[in-house]
Design a protein around this ligand. Structure first.
Ligand code: OFO
Length: 163
């Protein structure tokens, strides 16, 4: 049976994961509005990943006899200045999520919750990947500057994600 402190903290993380999905869905809508369908597709795959993260924590609580408590999801941002602006926001967001996961891991250790430690190790590794993906795209976009042709090529490359 999961203890109260850990249960509360994981329930908060479930909210973070679905809120992340909502942020990326809004970014996907932004890219659709500026005719960058490949970027939009990349973000839609990201939405699915975040939902899967939320589901993983959800399942963990249920399997350990806890009760999932869903909270309100904040309204996501609507406007960005450029693709680079979007991916800088993505990178910053993922860094925040990594900090949340590390905090959860600290709590799991303090509580000697070995089941949660096992689950959280998966998330620690996943966050390394999440940050690396965002970082790579930020670097490419920074290099490209305003070169429209390069952005079009990147749009095609990112559109292959999840296909
Ligand atoms: Fe983007 O890793 Fe979950 O939130």
């Amino acid at each position: 049976m999961i203890k109260d402190k850990m249960l509360k903290a994981i329930n908060e993380q479930i909210n973070e994961e679905y809120a992340s999905a909502y942020i990326y869905l809004s970014m996907s809508a932004f890219f659709e509005s500026v005719n960058l369908q490949g970027f939009a597709q990349w973000m839609r795959v990201q939405v699915r990943e975040e939902t899967a993260h939320g589901d993983k924590f959800f399942k963990h609580i249920v399997e350990r006899g806890g009760r999932v408590a869903l909270k309100a999801i904040p309204e996501p941002a609507f406007e960005w200045k450029s693709p680079l602006d979007v991916f800088q926001a993505t990178q910053k967001h993922e860094q925040q999520i990594t900090a949340c996961i590390h905090k959860l891991m600290d709590l799991a250790h303090a509580e000697k919750d070995y089941a949660a430690i096992g689950l959280l190790q998966w998330f620690v590794d996943e966050q390394v990947e999440e940050e690396a993906h965002a970082e790579e795209i930020v670097q490419k976009l920074t290099m490209m500057g305003d070169a429209k042709h390069a952005i079009y090529m990147l749009d095609r490359e990112l559109g292959a994600r999840g296909k």
